[in-house]
Design a protein around this ligand. Sequence first.
Ligand code: GDP
Length: 315
Amino acid sequence: MIGTVYKSTGSWYNVKTDKGVFYECRIKGKLRIKGIKSTNPVAVGDVVVFELENTGDETLGVISDIVDRKNYIIRKSVNLSKQTHIIAANLDQVFLLVTLNNPVTYSIFIDRFLVTAEAYHIPAVLLFNKIDVYNDDELTEIKYLAALYRKIGYTCIGISAKTGKNVNKVKELMLKKTSMFAGHSGVGKSTLINAIDPNLTLKTAEISQQHLQGQHTTTFAEMFDLDFDGRIIDTPGIKGFGIVDMQPSEIGDYFPEFFELKEHCKFNNCMHLDEPKCAVKDALEDNKVSWSRYRSYVQMITGEDENYRIDLYGE
Ligand code: GDP
């Protein structure tokens, strides 16, 4: 049989088949681990092959194989072992919630998130939340940011999780897909989940509580079916995903607005810093590449981490 992993406790996996039946599965002793080495061979979102256990219990199964993942997100443990943990697999999209205040979402955070999403091959959508509370200047800033990110290919929606404004647009994007929400604590993720499907709130609150109580030492993700055809992977405690093992020379590959320009740089290994005849720097001077994005790019390469608020009129 084939099913999708909805939940993992480390040794047991809740697997749901296309027919909507859940099985509790364990892993076959000699399951060949594919791809990267991680502390968990099977992750939430994985599509697995399993057989019923021979115990007579029709709800127990043994996972014998994992279908190749189309993508996955990982986290490295902070301790010395630096072991890799797969948080979730096979995501169709990630939504990043952004707010201007309470909390502030800095451009560098957005850009790091987008770079990592590109590296993971997961389409990202920006949701500018709390548009019900902004004044005219702040709304102008949101429009500016949305235009900046739309220009380079990202879908941007201004929403209010609280009043429900444009939540239907988010739901439309979620149809028939597996999605994840990210963003700083306080940006409105729980409020948005509640607006999308009120039945989910209880379940996700329960996991957050367990997370707070520290019952899970590793990052704990779980998948839920929505009350329309769509799924959400809840990852409490994860606000974004950090850049993992990325070489500085690779970072430019994840700035979509650099794609075509790079070919016109004098040096084919141009890092777009101080090199002569750099097409990216030329485009920057001509305001065809955003200064804010370029600044984030330089920060990512140099490892500096300076938060700055976009300067609306300085660009
Ligand atoms: P989370 O930490 O990302 O899950 O954020 P929450 O959903 O808990 O929201 C944090 C606070 O922001 C709560 O007080 C919410 O009521 C408030 N909030 C969330 N979305 C909106 C919104 O669209 N407008 C306003 N005014 N407040 C919001």
